[in-house]
Design a protein around this ligand. Structure first.
Ligand code: SF4
Length: 166
């Protein structure tokens, strides 16, 4: 199984080095030359193109040949995630997708982090409940939807495409 991420390097059970996947230079260059550096603010289509080149394509390369994909998806993050299964077979990727945190609340995750001293992104303490790329993420106000800070200028489509099954 590929090992592409680890919360806590020093306690990583596999002791394997992290394997990093970058977006393809050619794709990013062409996109920025054709659409500008801030293309994601132009339209949903251009924003999705950016997500596809910078996130989805590298993820698909990282998952190629893997047998299991373990995610941090939680059902309370968005309405579109309410119906997600705990485990599913993805025929297009030929692997099992496992969402072990699916029924955890945000508070339960934070409580676990505190209890076991799990390293976490300090932006969570500043109102960033869902964290994406810098130009596309802002902190949320109390009472706002958890995904309100992602692509806040869009009224819907609060997904980058990483978890959209074909
Ligand atoms: S979140 Fe924003 S910057 Fe990041 S890949 Fe998507 S559109 Fe591009």
């Amino acid at each position: 199984m590929k090992h592409t991420s680890c919360w806590k390097k020093q306690n990583c059970a596999t002791k394997k080095k992290l394997e990093i996947f970058f977006p393809k230079t050619q794709g990013v260059q062409e996109m920025v030359n054709n659409n500008g550096i801030n293309l994601f603010y132009n339209s949903v289509e251009e924003r999705k193109m950016c997500c596809n080149i910078r996130k989805v394509e590298p993820l698909n390369r990282a998952l190629a040949g893997a047998s299991v994909w373990i995610t941090g998806l939680r059902s309370s993050q968005t309405t579109s995630r309410h119906e997600l299964p705990l485990i599913e077979w993805l025929p297009e990727k030929q692997l099992i997708k496992y969402n072990p945190l699916l029924h955890w609340s945000y508070d339960e995750v934070m409580e676990y982090i505190q209890r076991y001293s799990v390293p976490y992104n300090p932006l969570h303490d500043k109102g960033f409940v869902s964290i994406g790329c810098a130009p596309c993420t802002r902190a949320i106000e109390p009472g706002e939807d958890a995904r309100a800070g992602r692509w806040w200028w869009e009224s819907s489509h609060k997904e980058c495409g990483l978890h959209v099954n074909k």
